[in-house]
Design a protein around this ligand. Structure first.
Ligand code: ADP
Ligand code: MG
Length: 414
């Protein structure tokens, strides 16, 4: 596997300007491609990626700034929802009885439709959880309750492309789309694949998560979509991870949603602008915004596959039926190649019965579409956002980094 560190010198010496300079414009014009200066945001980091420069600055702050805030609500959330979780019990018989015939009609859609919160509890009496799931990860059994699978390291490539485009999509916010885009992308790059990440959310979280300040960008995905003379290379930024490039976004992109309405073939705009670079990449990951609007339809129209990150919590399956319907409509009308690549369970906590129940329900609903790899809930992920880098470089030996590496192998094996 190519080490991510191998790309760092290339980034460090590619800019004409010093790395601490705040404006990206000078360096980016130096070599045709622009440079992500991740460390520009960290005041002390003059020698780019040395452990000494990196470790104290962001990490020391991370626990103070984000960890307590992030953990506090999350720790209380299950408690807060627990009483609610009991409420649906009373209504469950009403809700589930009439739907009992639905699953036969359309497997995935019906499964998702019949999986509202109300049904979840009654379907899983305490004793009904398979021993494997109750234990979390028993010998030979993975967290999804299926036999554990390992995926082979992919063969080395002597040439790249054409890219497989994967849309990371779920209209629910905060389910791990952006986190998964960054870390799956970085893990694929570590595995020797060339990867382009497309920030397709006007909130620009993908860009922020890779250390880019969206407010300082003068060319973004918005310009690429809306202005005829702009090419991917004009907008693209190289990240500190070798083989991982980024098309960044900021709030400008929200205007595209409205302006695209008047375009000819408006749903095909992303597909059209990406086409010229597809031979340069093995994988393109599109981080969708939390809606099923025109931008998301563009992502689905450009994509070969959709990965649906699902948070392992009570309302996880809400809205998934609508998403699956949208995917099916796009497949019928715009993009016959589109496939549901997989469902990725995120923010899983094997220590809670609740987490295990939700995951069991997701596997019940989607079967083999659920990735064997499951992403655990850990504070390391919010920390990586503060650090502005993937977990594979921020905490390379962590469970989270290992999980995304496994996911990368699983995606390549599909
Ligand atoms: P989305 O893009 O779907 O809105 P994000 O990837 O931005 O979701 O994640 C929402 C929040 O949850 C972020 O603060 C992120 O750091 C955090 N997060 C994501 N994945 C995990 C995880 N596995 N464990 C803990 N926190 C996570
Ligand atoms: Mg996001």
């Amino acid at each position: 596997m190519a080490k991510s560190t191998s790309g760092k010198p290339a980034v460090a010496d590619s800019g004409a300007a010093p790395r601490t300079a705040p404006a990206p414009s000078d360096a980016k014009r130096a070599a045709g491609k622009r440079v992500v200066r991740v460390k520009a945001a960290a005041p002390a980091a003059t020698t780019p990626r040395s452990a000494a420069a990196k470790a104290p600055a962001p990490r020391a702050k991370a626990p103070k700034a984000t960890a307590p805030k992030a953990t506090a609500p999350k720790a209380t959330a299950p408690k807060a929802t627990a009483p609610k979780a009991t409420a649906p019990k009373a209504t469950a018989p009403k809700a589930t009885a009439p739907k009992a015939t639905a699953p036969k009609a359309a497997p995935l859609e019906a499964a998702a439709r019949t999986a509202p919160a109300a049904k979840m509890r009654p379907a899983r009496e305490p004793g009904a959880i398979p021993a494997s799931l109750a234990l979390g990860e028993a010998d030979g059994v993975g967290p999804t309750g299926r036999p554990r699978r390992t995926f082979p390291a992919p063969p080395a490539l002597d040439r790249h492309g054409p890219a497989r485009i994967l849309a990371m999509c779920n209209q629910k916010g905060g389910v791990g789309k952006t986190t998964s885009t960054i870390n799956l992308g970085a893990a694929l790059a570590e595995a020797g694949r060339t990867v382009l990440l497309v920030d397709f959310d006007p909130q620009g979280a993908l860009s922020v998560g890779l250390g880019v300040n969206p407010l300082q960008l003068d060319q973004t995905v918005y310009n690429l979509l809306m202005e005829p003379g702009i090419a991917v290379q004009d907008v693209m930024l190289k990240t500190d991870v070798a083989g991982l490039d980024l098309l960044p976004s900021n709030i400008d992109l929200s205007a595209a949603e409205v302006q695209l309405v008047n375009e000819v073939a408006r749903e095909q705009t992303l597909r059209r602008v990406l086409a010229p670079v597809l031979d340069d990449y093995d994988v393109v990951l599109v981080d969708c915004q939390p809606s099923l609007g025109l931008l998301t339809v563009n992502a689905l129209t450009a994509a070969h596959g959709v990965i649906i990150p699902l948070e392992c919590e009570f309302f996880a399956l809400r809205g998934v039926a609508l998403l699956i319907q949208t995917i099916e409509k796009v497949r019928e009308r715009l993009n016959p190649e589109l496939e549901l690549e997989g469902i990725l369970a995120t923010m899983y906590d094997a220590r809670t019965l609740h987490g295990r129940e939700v995951l069991a329900r997701v596997v019940e609903a989607f079967g083999e579409k659920v990735f064997h790899t499951v992403i655990n809930r850990t504070i390391r992920f919010p920390e990586t956002t503060v650090a502005g880098e993937p977990i594979t470089t921020y905490a390379p030996t962590s469970h989270g980094a290992t999980a995304y590496r496994e996911l990368a192998l699983e995606v390549l094996a599909r």
